[in-house]
Design a protein around this ligand. Sequence first.
Ligand code: ZN
Length: 509
Amino acid sequence: MSGPAATESVPDTALGAFLKMWSEVVDLGRASALLAWDQETQMPPKGNAGRGQVQSTLAGIRHARLASNELFDALERAAEEAEEGSEAAAQVREARRTVDRVRKIPTELAKEQALASNEGHEAWVNARAASDFSLFEPALTRLVDLKRQEAELLAGEGGRPFDALLDQFEPGATEAALIPLFEKLVGEMTPIVHAVAASGKEVDESPARGHFPEAAQLAFGRRVAAQMGFDFEAGRIDLAPHPFCQGFSPNDVRITWRFDESDFRPALYGIMHEAGHGLYEQGLPMRFDRTPLGEAVSLGIHESQSRLWENLVGRSRPFWDWCLPIFKEHFPGAAAVTADALWPALNTIRPSLIRVEADQGTYDLHIALRFEIERALFAGSLDVPDLPDAWNQKIKEYLGLDVPDVADGVLQDIHWSFGGFGYFPTYTLGNLINAQLFEAVREEIGDLDDRIARGDFALLLEWLRTHIHSHGSLYTAAELVERATGAPLSPDAFLRERRRIAKEVYGVG
Ligand code: ZN
């Protein structure tokens, strides 16, 4: 790069000096993330061990920077200078969340946790393969114990440890605020699920099945993502074992996909979901890039963006007015499929055992039971050995199913194997937030359905850019929702949508 040195801004404020240090921490994180992306999409299998070493080195350097007194002092100076309510104060607030967390955890505990999650992951893989919970039990007991220690340190005197766990993924979330949301959700969704089962009505899913070649599925998925507004000049899509989205800056956002040649739904909805995440990442404010405010505000908000496109747009009837002809262009074998026949197959309510395969009608009940079990574990009212029974009981109560083995029950998710407690509620928060946002958008854009039926998503994206993406982490998730919709988060919009689907697809309610 050439040009006068003056364009490289010399920090002349305490905040400027701090942000300069911070930008390097961000860069180190981005380098790690790029290596992780490469590992999932490009790296040959034998590269694993060497990659692990590089990642460990980078993580060590980043951690040392974050934990350094130099950075801490610079942050304190920036804090003194920041005026209350200013952007500078918001930068300080967001940086402090990360720095505090790093400084409160003793190195010994962090090392023990890294070890325990390695062992935990291995034990989980073996236990799942053998469908034998006892093989995972000692490792999980240790993980819970270490996480409890961490949560107590983070929460501090008088704080609530489980809230500290929630807070890492959803800043500001508390058990007390989440409990009534989940109670209402379970209270209203369980009867719908049971009523659908009692109706005996089965949706014919054959319009979604057939033969869908890989190349055509990718071309179709790219077409839809581009129409949504995903910028392929500032992003790309690659095949990976698990779909994910990773942003390195608003100008470089990578999404991944996977496919099933006998059913187009996993690929299409996986791509719409990740492209929804990707639109958020591409819409983050450049003026905050490489600063604490340049990040997505929470996982719940992130999930609201992915789920809005995947479910509220992609599974809607108007979307298929636009999409069906394009679908048929890519899959000539589906020439006879009609939107009327297809639509119910995109909106089933059928209890199943596995969360990641669950439909939108039952998904949040899977999350609710995990939230309840985690709370009980951390409150000490449930012991690790009693987990499988507690799990099976809840599955019966919410979904009316018997769990045949632990591999399809309590051992199905990876999260606990690495100590990821407090993560699950963000999925449901995403659903509640997206429904509330979507009602607000509809109110503001009166002809939204007509636009969607023409494949015109520009105004919808603009609304999301204005109300969500462009703020980065300037506001908390709760503030963002309230500013965008005029009301605090509630499950009402989401439940209205669920009741509508149950009625239209199953004639229930
Ligand atoms: Zn997601």
